[in-house]
Design a protein around this ligand. Sequence first.
Ligand code: AMP
Length: 415
Amino acid sequence: MNILVLNCGSSSLKFQIIETDLNLIDQNADKQYAKGVIERIGSESLIALQATGKHPFKHAAPLRDHRAALDYILRWIVSSESGIDAIRSLGDIHAVGHRVVHGAEKFTRSVVIDDEVIDGIEDCIDLAPLHNPANLKGIYAARELFGPGIPQAAVFDTSFHSTMPETSYLYAIPYQLYRRHKIRRYGFHGTSHRYVAYRYRQLTGKQREETNILTVHLGNGCSVCAVRNGNSVDTSMGLTPLEGLVMGTRSGDLDPSILEYLMHKEGMSITEVDAVLNKQSGLLGLSGLTNDMRDLLDEEREHQDRRARLAIEVFCLRVKKYLGAYLAELGGADAIVFTGGIGENSSLIRKRVTEGLEFLGIEIDEKQNNAMTGGTEGEISSKGSRIRVFVIPTNEELLIARDTLRCVKNAPRRW
Ligand code: AMP
């Protein structure tokens, strides 16, 4: 089955085409035919599309909305210019899978999209006012362009964390606020945490029930997840993705009184404060330079920039604190898995995050750690390490494609 995977942001649309079926999954032989991204939808859009193994196609064109962007992509996919031999017409695309950010308590697994599901995603807009409307735009655009004959599925960023117990997900605020407004921790990056936990099981031959690990997603957004018996039991993001680790532009954990203090001291509105915490904080805010970890590491190495170093150190310390907290919560773990742009590529950050944790049984093999970069997968802990440490590149799109297949075929979840 050829599946179009869509990930829509407020002014962007990312896609992949992946062939998958139950046999391909068993052999881990799913095929990616193409990928691409359109940014700055609504003005002069930047288009970058690529069939697997072919040269990228880059272009700029005015695309007024998500429908126009998807239409552009679909025309390219079926054109001879794209060079995707497996897709000659829209009929060769058999289903569409959407990444949806917030499923709240309503969606605990991936679902086939119908009118009721769309209403449910709309009901979650209050909790994700930037993300869910963008995801819905993608759903509407695909409905319009493919018609009702092509099934679509929604895969939620929150659903992997729906197994968290209330002791993990409740904030210590008046309980009726949870009852009335569903103010609680939901967690995000669920598809990524779930994927790397699954790959960990494949690499180690463990059963789902024996999977007791921490998964650490360090990208522009960052989160840690504690997995017990294969299920998420705690994660660092909360009601929104702002809580937890220091991120590219998000502050992560802070004293909530800062909000009122900032409004008072800087004369800011609550919307402005929210923008500071989400868009101008984290690595960017601390360094005053950039939200890009690679550039910060370069600045630190080449110019010994004090603020770049500070930002990196605050970032690493926060990860370390969460590792300690979650290891205590789980009563120990078999492994820690790093993923995300930073987690997959930066041996230096992995080293700094795990340094000094030998007392917990975490020992990194320097050679192995340095070798693991640019999409490689494997173990980086030394032979004697009581807790094994892995690097596993995430692949959310693949999981979305497989979930879509499962939903559409009504097949049991085996991965
Ligand atoms: P993501 O959101 O998962 O795409 O991750 C983006 C982050 O990964 C950015 O901060 C990048 O600077 C960072 N990143 C990518 N490659 C490297 C690298 N080789 N070393 C350090 N950071 C990297």
